[in-house]
Design a protein around this ligand. Structure first.
Ligand code: ATP
Ligand code: MG
Length: 393
């Protein structure tokens, strides 16, 4: 039996005149996500995207899993294509295609959608006939229109008739690439991969920036970030990871700045360097995994000092979330287990015993200026390392 994936557009249906452009990006993202699982024809009509396998060697299990991670879709179904657009063909298809689910169920109902108004049977008639046919095949079943174990959907559309069970929930959001580009400051922790996922969900195409301080931080710590970004890229698409050599800057910080301001000046330097990289790569915003009050560098005062360092919008999608809420998302996107692997981050080298929780911007800036970081910042920017991140690597 031939199968097809029917995908429902999400928020882009609200986009009015821009809708075509949004849908084109969405279709492109779907094609990219399906790479390596077979050949498909991807078309759209009436808020539905049709993903039709070409040939018999498509891995539809893998394909539907990947579709579930494409932003811009509210729901999707794996459906049987009836051989013909006739009532007979629908009746021949439904009990066979959904046999496994129907055998296990006690109750069911049929829902019909008839967007092709030329189809001779109206929706109530389709439901009645398909219901009768299913009962003939599975006499143990009862019809329950309110709370059925299985709902059998019959869709009569312009290009054919389809049968499927309950649709699966899509990834939501809007298509990656329709919201502009931004730099995500990525560490090996729990928070920043979740922040990356959340902004990709709002349509942003990501470039990742990671600060590494070897030998205080190891190659394995960097590998862990690559691993995390691969997981994120299953949702956000492929991206560049830019590693900034941060050792000399951190050593200068340790040597030439007041200890209680280490963290805040370090965060300011991260923002300034990230802003420079963002401009190089045509990105218009910075993203961090900060959450208000989580640590000393994430108080209102500290965030104010951090923000002032860069002349660019900073998105902090986790700002109002508590740790458990963030962890719940990291489980869902499968980054949690990697995030808790115990490798050091440059944020944890030279940490002050008593960081300022209410830093005064004027003093912070003076201390930073006195230490003269510019030559080291320039040198770091000359020695960036680029790694390409792909979901399937
Ligand atoms: P995370 O779980 O993302 O590490 P955190 O709660 O540990 O966050 P911090 O370590 O203070 O908080 O870092 C705050 C934010 O700064 C991170 O979410 C991330 O966006 C950025 N950041 C921290 N360390 C690095 C790094 N080594 N490279 C790039 N960005 C970093
Ligand atoms: Mg961290």
């Amino acid at each position: 039996m031939k199968e097809i994936l029917l995908l429902k557009d999400g928020e882009i249906v609200l986009k009015g005149l821009n809708r075509r452009a949004f849908e084109d990006v969405l279709k492109r993202n779907i094609r990219t996500a399906l790479r390596g699982t077979g050949e498909y024809e991807v078309t759209s009509a009436q808020s539905t995207i049709y993903v039709k396998p070409l040939g018999d060697d498509c891995d539809l299990d893998e394909a539907s899993e990947r579709i579930g991670r494409v932003f811009g879709l509210v729901s999707y179904s794996r459906a049987a294509m009836c051989e013909e657009k006739t009532m007979e063909s629908v009746l021949a298809t439904a009990p066979v295609y959904l046999a496994k689910q129907l055998k296990k169920a006690k109750t069911f109902k049929v829902e019909a959608k008839r967007s092709d108004k030329k189809f001779p049977c109206k929706s109530p008639e389709i439901c009645r006939e398909a219901g009768g046919e299913i009962l003939r095949h599975f006499p143990h079943l009862r019809v329950d229109v309110h709370n059925p174990d299985v709902t059998v959907y019959v869709e009569i559309r312009d290009f054919g008739a389809y049968v499927h069970a309950d649709p699966l929930r899509g990834a939501g959001g809007i298509p990656v690439g329709t919201g502009g580009k931004a730099v995500i400051l990525i560490s090996g922790g729990i928070d920043s991969p979740v922040a990356a996922y959340m902004m990709a969900k709002r349509g942003i195409k990501l470039t990742a920036v990671h600060f590494a301080s070897p030998p205080y931080t190891s190659q394995r710590a960097e590998d862990k970030v690559v691993k995390l970004l691969r997981k994120v890229s299953r949702y956000a698409g492929s991206m560049r990871m830019i590693t900034v050599p941060f050792t000399a800057i951190q050593e200068k910080l340790r040597d030439d700045c007041p200890e209680e301001l280490f963290t805040i000046i370090m965060r300011r330097l991260m923002m300034q360097i990230s802003e420079r990289i963002a401009k190089q790569y045509d990105c218009a915003a910075l993203i961090t995994g900060e959450s208000l009050g989580q640590v000393a560098s994430q108080t209102i005062g500290a965030l104010g000092c951090t923000d002032e360092a860069a002349d660019m919008v900073v998105f902090r999608p986790l700002i109002g979330m508590d740790k458990q809420e963030i962890i719940d998302i990291s489980y869902r996107i499968d980054t949690y287990e990697t995030s808790i692997e115990p490798y050091e981050d440059c944020c944890t080298v030279f940490t002050p015993k008593h960081p300022r929780t209410k830093p005064i911007l004027k003093f912070v800036k003076e201390a930073q200026e006195r230490a003269r970081f510019e030559p080291l910042v320039e040198e770091a920017l000359q020695n960036l390392k680029i790694t390409y991140i792909n979901p399937e690597d």
